[in-house]
Design a protein. Structure first.
Length: 287
């Protein structure tokens, strides 16, 4: 019955694993819903900022603000590469790292020097592993990112862009569209792009004037873009972890069915063998 005991041990081990993955799935689902609420709250504010900037923008005003400066050639760029601090989320972190690598390769292929700023332990660990220099790193941002976190990440880069030390800033993050869709994407944050022709124009009463308001709104718009990336990062991570843990739980259940059938067959075979031995022994005594 050694095989039966071994199978019982495996069944117990898989049952314990299923309990863990099911608990992690429930925790990820709960945190994902809260993160989704933060994503939903951040998007209208970002859209309102974009509309106000579009209404204030004019080519004449654009010449006064460094964040609207459109360089003719990108000689130096910066990338904020976002990943999670934890794994157990399928290919989530690997896909973000792949997108960051593709963006770096594209910019370097165009002749630009690229500074990498890592957010999250997984991305930082990867860049250290491949020997890529990381200018700054943050691994202390919680599951509830704040506007202050975004400001800490990007304020120095805004200042560097205004001084002409960098010509472009990109952020790599998962674009959270739904629980099942959050493709990694690279978005150019600086320079702030002028509104397209289809932008909605609104009439505002301006006080004190358009120049002062635009001067305040442009850095706020950039910081808000990073904040949105942070909250979408959190929501997408928990969505990916929820899916991964659900798949692991389902796989454990399937494995338990197979192990249960195998154990029952082994047990039946043992019982049949014992009955045959008893019957054989009785027949030998009668003979």
């Amino acid at each position: 019955m050694a095989k039966g005991r071994e199978l019982k041990g495996r069944i117990k081990s898989v049952e314990n694993t299923r309990k863990i993955t099911r608990t992690m799935e429930m925790v990820a689902t709960s945190k994902m819903k809260r993160a989704q609420d933060r994503v939903s709250a951040a998007r209208p504010y970002a859209e309102s900022l974009r509309e106000v900037i579009a209404s204030l923008y004019s080519p004449e005003l654009a010449e006064q603000f460094p964040l609207l400066r459109q360089p003719t050639q990108v000689k130096k760029a910066a990338i904020i590469a976002m990943t999670a601090n934890r794994g157990l989320a399928g290919a989530f972190n690997a896909n973000l790292i792949k997108e960051a690598r593709a963006t770096i390769n594209r910019l370097e292929g165009q002749g630009a020097a690229v500074d990498v700023h890592a957010v999250g332990k997984k991305g930082l660990g990867y860049f250290k592993y491949v020997g890529r220099n990381v200018v700054t790193s943050r691994t202390d941002i919680s599951d509830r990112p704040t506007a202050e976190n975004a400001a800490e990440l990007v304020n120095d880069l805004i200042a560097a862009y205004a001084k002409g030390e960098i010509d472009a800033l990109y952020v790599v993050y998962p674009n959270f569209k739904s629980v099942l869709s959050a493709p990694p994407t690279a978005v150019q944050v600086l320079p702030v792009q002028p509104p397209d022709g289809g932008a909605k124009k609104r009439d505002y009463i301006l006080s004190p004037n358009a120049e002062s308001i635009l001067g305040e709104l442009l850095p706020l718009y950039v910081r808000n873009s990073i904040y949105r990336a942070l909250v979408e990062m959190t929501a997408a991570f928990y969505a990916a972890q929820r899916t991964a843990m659900k798949n692991a739980t389902d796989n454990a259940s399937d494995m338990l069915k197979i192990l249960g059938r195998t154990y029952n067959r082994a047990r039946q075979a043992t019982i049949t063998q014992e009955i045959a031995e008893i019957v054989g022994g009785a027949a030998a005594l009668e003979g």
